[in-house]
Every structure is written in C-alpha cells, then in structure tokens.
Design a protein around this ligand. Structure first.
Ligand code: ACO
Length: 434
C-alpha cells in the first residue's frame, strides 16, 4: 500500500477501502472495487467537462493557473517568446529539448521542404464558396490530406509519425494562406524556400505582382512570437479532441482536422474573432459600462475573458501586450486597443469579475494585434491553428507512445427508459412537443 492513501467508508455497506494517492490523484479505476454486492458494477466518478479529471500524464506544458505561469518543457513562455523562433519552440515541444544548431538547421530545412501542397488539394479548395469560413476550409483540407498520404495510417511507426509531423507543420501555413487567397479570388502563391516560416506564410498570403516578397521584419517577428505563444496549452478542448480521436489510431491528418474543429468554437480559439466583433459592437469607450452591465446580467459573455485554468492574468496576454508596442510603431495604433484597455480596466475593478477571477485570456489582445498587422478577423482562428498544430502533434506522440493509454471511451450515467415494448405506429399517442 502506498504511503499516501485515502480511506473511504462506504456507508451503504460499512465496508472500508484504502485508495492509494499518487501525484495528488486517485485512480478512478480503484473506485471500481467499491461495490454493494457481486452484481454491482462498482463506483464510478461523474465529471462533466472534465472539471477535476486528469486524462493523462504529460511532460509537455506546465500551467499554474493561480500564479499565471506557463512553461513548455520547463522553459517559461516569456523567455521562449523573447529568445526563440517558432520552429525552435515547435522542436522543443515535439522532441523535449531545445535543438542544437545543427539540429535546428536540419529541422528548418525539413519543414521548409514540406510546405508544398499536392495540386489536387489546391483544386479541392477551389470547390468552396467564395465566402466559406477559413476554418471550415482549413479543417476540410487538412482532413483531405489523409487521402493524399495513405501511409500516414501507420501511426505506430515512429519514422512514419515523424514524416507526418514535418508534413503537417510544413503545410498548415500553406493551407491557411490558400483559404485566404480563395476568399479573395487571388491566385495561390507557392512557398518560397528562401524565407523563414512566418515570412513564407506572409508571402503566400500577401504577395501580388512583385517578383520576390519582402516581409516587414517587425511584423514577421511579431507573428513568430504569437505563434510561440499559441504552440501548446496542455489538455485544452482541442488537445483533448486530438488525443481522443487519435486514440482510435485514426491518422494524424484526420485527428488534426478534429482538433482544429474543436478549436474553431467561440468558447475556444474562435474567441479571438469574437473579441473583435464585440469591440465593434461596443464602438466607443463611453459604451463600455452599459455593455459590462449586460454581461453581468447574463445576456452574453465578455469575449476574451475567463479561462478554465487561469484564475489570474493569462501570461500569454501579458507577452502580447509587450510585443504589441513594436507592431503599433510600424502600423500605427489599432483604435480598438483604447477600447480594449478601458474594458479591461473597468472589468478588473468590478466585483463580478473579481469574485469569479475573470482576467483577459490570450484571445483578448491577439485579435487587436492581428488586425493591426493586416489580418482580417475571419482568419484569426486559422492563425491560432497553425502553431497549435505543433502542440497537437506533441500531444499525439505522447499519447500514442504511452503504454497506459488506450482508446478514449468515457462512461455515462444512463438516464433514459430502462426497457419498453415496441408500440405500433397506429397505437402511439401524440408525442409531447420537443
Ligand atoms: N464573461 C462573463 N462571465 C463569465 C465569463 C465571461 N467571459 N467567463 C466565465 N464567466 C462566469 C460564468 O458565467 C460563471 O458565472 P456563475 O458562477 O455566476 O455561473 C463563472 O464565471 C465561471 O465560469 P464557467 O463558465 O464555469 O467557466 P469555464 O471554465 O467553464 O469556462 C471559458 C471557461 C469557456 C473560457 C469561459 O470563461 C468563457 O466562455 N469565456 C469567453 C470565451 C473565451 O474568451 N474563450 C477563450 C478561452 S482561451 C482559449 O480557449 C484559447
């Protein structure tokens, strides 16, 4: 029996049980032996939305939500954002260590040589309506890559996994840029291997007739920082979707599509787009108090505020605030920043937000910065999905190589009718309105 244990008395039977405690948790399966009799299934836990359930052991990302700490593989996010490139951080997240110089050179070279999309994928994109949402196009196109790379199904083969990882990190910016070009009716731009990861993305998005695209270095650097901040965030909704779908050994293209679909929702990555819409609705600083009153009355949420884990300032929002200065020097201030800063000030002094520990999250300021950099709101969540692909893939690798993991399959508490005899249609009463 472990040193740390939980004693449980089952008042139904008066039996006592010792449940080991390890890493501050008990194993839900240990509760199964708590039974009222041989026919009893055993005790389960009920935890809708996984409020207090660890679904895995993970060595990738550490968050202390009360202190506002975020670290990838032990390195504070502020240091990584200030000193690394996104591809360096992606390597760290995926392989556990910061790359040496030769490792980084090889990694960048590998990613750079996987940026092209199969021509059929380009034609696939052309089938979307001009006003299709970029996230819908991204999710479908990533899923479609599963048909281009059938060998990706070999998810238990480490070499195959590494190849798919390079393909996905290489191709996500290309797909993302093509969704934008499709919306605007612009011809697709092929990747340029001379450029860095973010510069090349900007090239594929924005190059028009110029023979060689010159990215603004300040914007490219700021985008790289934003990519670092969004690279992973432990067991959030989309990481959980990635792990759950991939636990059936679905290939990584399909699993990434599922994770990106989870990201698209307004309560998750879709919030950055919603923040901008909200700031447009508010319109001016003088309208903020009335807007806050409506939020407090439960009419809608303050988008970009609140977090399941952070009960303090989201450290990513802090980094964005300092990175924003250099962007605004080049682009001029986004007029929405004034409204956002005032909204934050008023909310953080309000009892409703103080009591519930609601602070700005990463999405509150990222959209303002993206807009200043020239991105339109519909593409904000796509900008989130590009770097998060590294995190999803790291979570996938960790899950697939963890001997404790199996196909994800939660239990339920059944609340429907137990058993009923079939009723012929002519004998059925008028059903209650649904
Ligand atoms: N505005 C107003 N009230 C809020 C907000 C908000 N943004 N967020 C939470 N609350 C309130 C809830 O209504 C609840 O109040 P109650 O106790 O009176 O019922 C209380 O704070 C606790 O909130 P929950 O909904 O239980 O918190 P949960 O952890 O389930 O939700 C979430 C977290 C989804 C992020 C939520 O805060 C939210 O919807 N925020 C707005 C959307 C957003 O910004 N999402 C991006 C998150 S970051 C990311 O995914 C990258």
């Amino acid at each position: 029996m472990s040193e740390e244990a939980l004693s449980i008395i089952d008042k139904r039977t008066q039996a006592t049980y010792e449940i080991p405690i390890c890493d501050g948790t008990i194993r839900a399966m240990d509760l199964r032996k708590i039974k009222t009799g041989p026919d009893d299934f055993g005790l389960m836990t009920y935890d809708p939305a996984f409020m207090n359930t660890s679904s895995c052991r993970s060595g990738i990302t550490f968050i202390d939500g009360d202190k506002g700490i975020l670290r990838y593989r032990g390195y504070p996010i502020e240091q990584l954002a200030g000193k690394c490139t996104f591809l360096e951080v992606a390597y760290l997240i995926l392989f556990g260590e910061l790359p040496t110089e030769p490792q980084l050179t090889e990694w960048v070279d590998q990613i750079t040589h996987h940026t092209m999309l199969h021509e059929t994928s380009k034609r696939f994109l052309e089938g979307f309506r001009w006003n299709a949402h970029p996230m819908g196009m991204l999710v479908s196109t990533v899923a479609a890559l599963s048909t281009v790379y059938p060998e990706a199904k070999q998810v238990l083969d480490p070499d195959s996994r590494k190849l798919q990882i390079m393909r996905l990190i290489g191709k996500m910016p290309t797909i993302a840029a093509y969704t934008y070009r499709h919306t605007h009716g612009f011809p697709y731009i092929y990747p340029d291997n001379d450029l860095s990861y973010t510069e090349n993305f900007m090239n594929m998005l924005w190059r028009m007739m110029e023979p060689k695209y010159q990215a603004n270095p300040v914007i490219a650097k700021a985008l790289d920082i934003l990519f670092i901040l969004h690279a992973d965030h432990e067991q959030n909704c989309s990481a959980n979707a990635m792990r759950a779908v991939a636990s059936s050994q679905a290939d990584p293209f399909l699993s990434i599509a599922a994770a990106a679909a989870a990201l698209s929702g307004p309560l998750h990555g879709g919030a950055n787009e919603e923040v901008l819409k909200m700031l447009d609705v508010i319109g001016s600083k003088s309208n903020i108090p009335a807007y806050i009153e409506k939020v407090k009355a439960g009419q809608f949420k303050l988008m970009g505020f609140g977090h399941r884990i952070y009960k303090n300032y989201d450290p990513r929002a802090n980094v964005i605030k300092w990175a924003a200065d250099s962007v605004f020097e080049v682009t001029g201030k986004n007029p929405k920043l004034e409204i956002a800063l005032e909204l934050e000030r008023i909310a953080l002094e309000d009892e409703y937000f103080i009591k519930r520990k609601l602070y700005p999250n990463v999405d509150f300021y990222s959209g303002i910065m993206y807009q200043a950099m020239g991105f339109s709101p519909e593409i904000f969540t796509v900008l989130f999905a590009i770097p998060r692909t590294a995190g999803w893939l790291a979570q996938w690798q960790e899950m697939i190589t963890d001997p404790e993991q199996k196909i994800a399959r939660p239990r339920q508490i059944y609340t429907g009718p137990m058993v009923r005899d079939f009723v012929p249609i002519e004998q059925r009463g008028v059903p209650a309105a649904v």
